[in-house]
Write a protein that binds this ligand. Structure first.
Ligand SMILES: Nc1nc2c(ncn2[C@@H]2O[C@H](COP(=O)(O)OP(=O)(O)O)[C@@H](O)[C@H]2O)c(=O)[nH]1
Ligand SMILES: [Mg+2]
Length: 450
């Protein structure tokens, strides 16, 4: 990483540690998990349909036949391409070694299982561009596959890598312009949760295979249409129109306009390191906002419970008062003991300490019963009802908030399900203010600096 970037990252880490770490701990997050992935070099992730030309582009950038290419879905592995460290030779490292190397940011992939590990590798390649970043080639997206066919959760892995990537190249080709099911799912659900929109570059590749401009326009139009369906965005992102240069290739007339786009795409890829800082800040922003919503959910849970319990406590309080004044009286009526109940002593005007013994015992007994009732009956019932109707816990006014909610829902569910009683006693709302201050003051001042 550049010097300035390194300084800024260090400062950010300090601010995070001093202001956020107790809060992170409280909700089971770790600042280290958030920042460690960024200690490695910047990452470019290349995803897209099978045979859209991902590996061909990579070979072109690296300047050698490093990755296998071919028309059919030839390569079903995730390949990390990185420069050899000073003492290493050019070599291939298997997936299992890759995820257990602490210096690399891939340990989070371990839980995707053996099957992924055998479909993963690192290639150490000595190419100029790899001095500043790493490139990840991926198995192409397919139409009718399930997790069972792949043997692992493909989109889950893509999502995890997308979180890591400073730049994502999403590649299409005119034959299947955005109609592949896995691509659809990736754009619809996986990427929005894992990456910022500005980190994704869309590419329509292999345009040399279009027979004419009108043929190209049809493909481009289809892709735009499909993309807008998938992203739900109102604006169209730029789509690079490119093809792999080949000697002696003659392009249909009119295609000159796009001759430069391949170069521009390569430029964009080589400037990925510049996006690192922005990426880190976005990632911190994402994690903190998710946490904020999680806490907001807990505040709502707490508020509802307090509201619910208020009425209950009022009734039990009345009962305790009645028990205090009349418990011993009833006891006397039934058993003849104690000799003078509290009410009797009050009327007679000779009140002594001994008259309070039974009233206090009775009141305490009622209080104990109330506590038992709340803990054993009321709270479990309340918890269950809340979980059943969890999506209405807090108002989700905007699409943004809904999206955020979908990502933290399972965390809120877990907190309520597993430790409802503890969560009710925590001063959640105090933390919300802290988060707000961190986002609006600290983090935004970092954003201003880049
Ligand atoms: N005509 C043409 N063929 C291409 C282009 N890019 C890749 N190919 C070919 O398409 C096939 C699939 O390419 P590959 O890079 O393996 O695709 P991947 O599956 O996305 O990695 C190979 O036979 C390439 O030679 C291109 O821009 N134009
Ligand atoms: Mg390939």
């Amino acid at each position: 990483m550049e010097k300035a970037a390194e300084t800024l990252t260090k400062e950010l880490e300090q601010v995070l540690r001093s202001k956020m770490s107790p809060l992170f701990e409280r909700y089971g997050l770790d600042i280290k998990d958030l920042l460690t992935p960024f200690k490695w070099k910047p990452v470019v992730l290349i995803i897209g349909n099978y045979s859209s030309g991902k590996s061909t582009l990579i070979n072109e950038i690296l300047g050698g036949e490093i990755q296998r290419t071919g028309q059919a879905p030839t390569d079903d592995s995730f390949t990390v391409l990185a420069a050899p460290e000073s003492s290493e030779a050019e070599e291939e490292v298997p997936g299992s070694t890759l995820v257990s190397d602490e210096r690399l940011p891939f340990s989070s992939l371990r839980h995707f299982g053996e099957s992924l590990l055998s479909h993963m590798r690192l290639k150490r390649v000595d190419a100029p561009i790899l001095q500043n970043c790493a490139i990840i080639d991926t198995p192409g997206m397919l139409d009718s596959v399930t997790e069972k066919d792949r043997g692992y959760d493909y989109l889950g892995v893509v999502g995890e890598l997308a979180k890591l990537a400073d730049l994502i190249i999403l590649m299409f080709d005119p034959h299947k312009a955005g109609t592949i099911k896995e691509t659809y799912q990736a754009i619809r659900s996986t990427l929005p949760g894992s990456t910022g929109e500005d980190r994704v570059i869309y590419v329509l590749n292999r345009i040399d295979e279009c027979e004419s401009i009108s043929d190209l326009l049809r493909s481009y139009g289809t892709l735009c249409w499909n993309l807008s369906q998938m992203t739900g965005r109102k604006d169209m992102p730029r789509i690079y129109l490119t093809f792999a240069p080949k000697e002696g290739k003659v392009l249909p007339s009119g295609f000159e306009t796009w001759m430069n786009e391949r170069e521009e795409l390569k430029q964009a890829i080589s400037s990925a390191p510049k996006m690192r800082l922005n990426h880190i800040l976005q990632e911190v922003d994402r994690v903190v906002r998710e946490l904020s919503l999680e806490i907001e959910g807990m505040v709502a849970f707490q508020k509802r419970f307090i509201h619910k319990i208020k009425g209950v406590l009022r009734n039990w309080g009345m009962l305790a008062i009645l028990a205090f004044f009349f418990g011993d009286l009833i006891m006397k009526l039934l058993t003849g003991y104690p000799d003078t109940p509290l009410a009797g002593a009050l009327l007679a005007g000779n009140l002594g300490f001994e008259h309070f013994l039974w009233p206090i015992i009775w009141a305490l007994l009622v209080a104990a019963l109330a506590s038992l009732y709340v803990q054993r009956l009321l709270l479990p019932k309340f918890t269950k009802a809340t979980l059943k109707d969890l999506d209405n816990l807090i108002p989700l006014e905007t699409a943004y908030k809904k999206n955020l909610w979908n990502r933290v829902r399972h965390r809120i569910h877990k907190l309520i399900e597993e430790q409802a009683r503890r969560q009710i006693l925590i001063a959640h709302s105090r933390y919300l203010g802290k988060i707000e201050q961190f986002l609006n003051k600290d983090l935004s001042s970092f954003f201003k600096r880049i």
